[in-house]
Write a protein that binds this ligand. Sequence first.
Ligand SMILES: [Zn+2]
Length: 293
Amino acid sequence: MLRAIQFLGYSSGVVSSTLHRWKPHGRGGKLSLMSISTKSASTLTSGRVAVSLLLSDGSTVRGGCFGAFRTSATRSESNSDCSSSPSPATAFQSLAHINFCQWCGGPTKQAIPDGDERMRDVCQLCGKVAYQNPKMIVGCLVEHDGKVLLCKRNIPPSYGLWTLPAGYMEIGESAAEGAIRETSEETGADVELVSPFAQLDIPLIGQSYIIFRARMKKVHFSPGPESLDCQLFALDDIPFDSLAFSSMLVTLNMYIEDIKTGKPKFHYGIINKRPGTRPDDIHAYTLDHHMQS
Ligand SMILES: [Zn+2]
């Protein structure tokens, strides 16, 4: 289930200070520039740029062969520069504190643990550190007869809006298992995965999406408790004016562009939600470091 995603300032949202490690499929595989558009009054800035990724071990990868671009789907082109994105440190500082230890119930205190470099909530009784890390959200882009399966949300946030079936990955399951489970819960469809399609990070709110292409083992679907409706949509009929989340807008646009130009690829990108914008404004983002293979 996915009960609360992509809310700016959402108190349990947590933030990663470094970009995810990126390993393109196949060494030397060419990652090319892709154009993308939204069906709203969007703007597009693109360019082949040098990509430098900071890895978790502090090293960097410079992607000379990466075609990266940034899509701005904001309503104001003047706000589409990188300076509008929060720094990781700024986003990290906005985290809500965990006041009591989840293991022993003792009070916590802000401190920098040995060997660390950030302030954490540390239990004053047992000494354990309440780390806050990003959450993984997994889901499926279910294809059938040139259409994709969407469900209309029956729960907040974004009640009544359309989304791909997706939700939080559970402890004990893989991303693939979670995506199949969420699809079953929200659409009643029994699916098998075709391929990974996209990983999208949203650093500001500490979320990372993995979306798989999938197909129904048997063509059957019906809304689960968290969905008001489920429908297969032809690509020209996708309800872009009533999608639930930026991540779904980005995913569906990538997919449509892939279908237009040939075969679906694998995409990585960072959705930088624009601070200060309304949480339900799904167009208030920039798509940065978009790579595809
Ligand atoms: Zn404790």
